[in-house]
Design a protein around this ligand. Structure first.
Ligand SMILES: Cc1ncc(C[n+]2csc(CCOP(=O)(O)OP(=O)(O)O)c2C)c(N)n1
Ligand SMILES: [Mg+2]
Length: 694
């Protein structure tokens, strides 16, 4: 069908016209940017079109309506597919957390600025930049993992807030993924979890185009995906031609009818559909078509060959009649229902409103413990578990669990009614993620963009297994909370496979990430308060297995100093120290002991507890200088970690007591001596620093 800018068409022709508009917008944007992936959007355009136009319960006029269906493009390299659809559907821009504007989220001008600085059309979809992008994708597999978290969130919201005759939540999560997504381990973990949890609100649409970047998929991928997913407990169906809109619709309906398991729809497609090139050969793709091929492809579509960014008349109107009208009606109906619900259940409605705006309920910090001085003390994981259990009673939507280490991480919610999140009892607050750290982190991001406050625990060393999800949380500005216990060689006998060495500096290097390593039980209370109040990025609690003394706060400074990242815990008389000992976590009390020893020897020392570098960096210079006076060059850092980065606080004359090798398997007390985390060693380092600084 040939079209010109003036052509007006109807029915099936209009479908084709809309689909080819998506394709050509992707082609033109990638060509103009001279970078990006046109092939996947060309192949997938009919899938996205049918889904949005006929199925997605989504109102472009209100893209933050809580009961909207979620669309996730896990194949984030196909970002132009999403941008084209957001534009054609007329999705509005939202600023801040909830202000809907009249502006388009993605305008045609933004599409023309694809991949340019400050555009709302970055190379891969970024949820904190572009309204309608529900989650940031690009690192393959993550969108799949996020979608499982979104499905958990929907089930939890429905289980917790729906009431008879008030089905406030019943939305679905639709995810487009490709070969790369399904090759990545995180999607396998996530699919296994979703199947186990029987998340029937979750649909993955697998773009089975048999090609990846390097060439044909069979070079590296030959498993039977359908059988694998059947094994996970998914409902699996197939569409043998991505261009067959009726078959697509039938498959989508099959998903909607399936009530007891997630659905995988395998869609056979052709990457770069319509281009004269054979993309399913070993030829590389993932780059612009080139001017000549653009022309030939447009000719194949019956498109004006020289037109660029052409949106034929009637296409936007067609979307308005489809998703626009359907979505509007659903949303308005829901708002009426919610208004009624708010009258019947004002407390629940209030909770939902707070949650949507990422606010904490009044009294969120009530009943938090204060821990009395105790030389024996407890592992900071123990006190953290107590604090979490209080916070979770105050904040009903604080939901989470552990990757099979709940008893070790002390992340289990034990109060009455907390319950387990499980098939058929979706209001439970404890999620058993299983031994699936990566899926846990990825799901937490999905839960967080769904406005729950997720927490997740594992051993600190295994933060490596989910590190990509921390990075994405930081990028997406999602407030997830990780509870990392067993935070150093202090874990003892489990040995070097389990003893984190380089994780602290590596995690401190991620921008917008709050790393908190509290030194005793009362710093734990403060650290948890900071984590829960942090609303635009991940917070990591780094906690010990072994006991640490609970410091006497009548003798030493109050733990409220935690909020500043670092504070003077114990000082030389008159505040003029000859040497400063800086410790974090379990090494704070070691510094205090060394300080007391130095005092008996007549050496004027100061102890700085530094639970968070990031918070300290946010303080003004006057405060920083008051804690670490520039004139005091004799400084010692003490941390059972690779000391990378401590140079910035101890300076060129300073000493760093840290780990330079892997740890070892032995009782903790023996490791302490072996690796030099003793009072004598810290005192010796202090003397050395003082002599260097002379
Ligand atoms: C974790 C990760 N590794 C590698 C890449 C780079 N990458 C982008 S697209 C792609 C190929 C993906 O193949 P497939 O998912 O089949 O997408 P198609 O080429 O079919 O669109 C790769 C390797 C990435 N984005 N994320
Ligand atoms: Mg592929």
């Amino acid at each position: 069908m040939a079209v010109s800018e003036q052509t007006i068409v109807t029915g099936a022709q209009l479908d084709t016209l809309a689909i080819n508009t998506i394709r050509t917008l992707a082609i033109d944007a990638v060509q103009k940017a001279n970078s990006g992936h046109p092939g996947a959007p060309m192949g997938l355009a009919p899938v996205a079109y049918t889904l949005w136009q006929q199925f997605l319960r989504y109102d472009p006029e209100n893209p933050i309506w809580p009961n909207r269906d979620r669309f996730v493009l896990s194949a984030g390299h196909a970002s132009m597919l999403l941008y084209a659809v957001l534009y054609l559907a007329g999705v509005r821009r939202v600023i801040g957390d909830s202000q809907i504007t009249d502006e388009l989220s993605v305008s045609l001008d933004e599409i023309k600025r694809f991949r340019q600085l400050d555009s709302r059309t970055p190379g891969h979809p970024e949820s904190h930049i572009t309204t309608g992008v529900e989650t940031t994708t690009g690192p393959l597999g993550q969108g799949c993992g996020n979608s499982v978290g979104m499905a958990i969130a929907e089930r939890w919201l429905a289980g917790t807030y729906n009431r008879p005759n008030f089905e406030i939540f019943n939305y679905n999560i639709w995810t487009i993924c490709g070969d790369g997504d399904l090759m990545e381990g995180v999607s396998a973990e996530a699919a296994s979890l979703a199947g186990h949890l029987k998340l029937s609100n979750l649909c993955w649409i697998y773009d089975n185009n048999k090609v990846t970047l390097d060439g044909p998929a069979h070079w590296s991928f030959s498993e039977d995906v359908m059988t694998r997913f059947v094994g996970y407990g998914w409902n699996v169906t197939r569409v043998s031609d991505a261009n067959d809109l009726q078959m697509l619709a039938r498959a989508f309906n099959t998903f909607l009818e399936t009530q007891d398991k997630p659905t995988l729809i395998v869609v056979d497609s052709h990457i770069g559909y319509g281009s004269p090139h054979k993309h399913d050969s070993s030829e590389a793709h993932g780059e612009p078509l080139g001017e000549e091929e653009v022309r030939l492809t447009k000719r194949n579509y019956g498109w004006p060959e020289d037109a660029k960014f052409l949106v034929p008349e009637g296409v936007k109107e067609h979307f308005k009649e489809g998703i626009g009208k359907r979505g509007h009606d659903f949303r308005v109906q829901w708002e009426k229902l919610f208004a009624q619900y708010s009258k019947e259940y004002p407390d629940l409605a209030k909770q939902l409103q707070l949650m949507q705006n990422r606010k904490l309920p009044e009294g969120w910090d009530q009943n938090l413990p204060t821990f009395p001085a105790d030389p024996k003390g407890a592992g900071t994981r123990e006190s953290a578990g107590k604090v979490l259990n209080v916070l979770a009673q105050n904040i009903p939507w604080l939901v989470g669990g552990s990757a099979d280490l709940g008893n070790s991480n002390k992340t289990t919610l034990k109060f009455e009614g907390a319950g387990n999140f499980a098939p058929g009892s979706y209001s439970g607050r404890n999620i058993h993620f299983g031994v699936r750290e990566h899926a846990m982190g990825s799901a937490m991001n999905g839960m967080s963009v769904s406005k729950l406050r997720p927490f997740g625990g594992t051993f600190f060393n295994f933060s490596d297994y989910l590190r990509p999800t921390i990075r994405l949380a930081a990028l997406m500005e999602t407030p997830v909370i990780f509870v990392f216990t067993h935070d150093s060689i202090g874990l003892g006998e489990d040995g070097p496979t389990h003893q984190p060495i380089e994780q602290l500096p590596a995690l401190r290097a991620i921008p917008n990430t709050l790393v908190l390593r509290p030194g005793d039980a009362n710093e734990v209370v403060e650290a948890w308060k900071l984590a829960i109040q942090s609303s635009h990025g991940p917070a990591l609690l780094v906690l010990t297995r072994q006991p640490v003394p609970t410091l006497d706060r009548t003798k030493y400074a109050p733990a409220s100093g935690t909020a500043k990242g670092a504070y003077v815990l114990a000082d030389a008389e008159g505040g003029k120290p000859a040497v400063i000992l800086i410790g974090t976590g379990s090494e704070v009390s070691l510094c205090v002991e060394a300080y007391e020893k130095l005092k008996t020897e007549g050496i004027r020392a100061r102890v700085v507890s530094m639970p968070s570098w990031e918070l300290f960096e946010k303080q003004d210079t006057a405060y920083k200088n008051s804690v670490l006076p520039p004139e005091v060059a004799a400084r010692v850092s003490v941390e059972m970690s690779d000391p990378l980065g401590w140079e910035r606080y101890v300076g060129p004359k300073g000493q760093m007591v840290g780990m330079r090798t892997f740890g070892a398997s032995a009782p903790w007390k023996d490791l302490q001596k072996h690796f030099g985390f003793t009072v004598d060693a810290v005192v010796a380092a202090a003397r050395k620093a003082m002599s260097e600084a002379k």
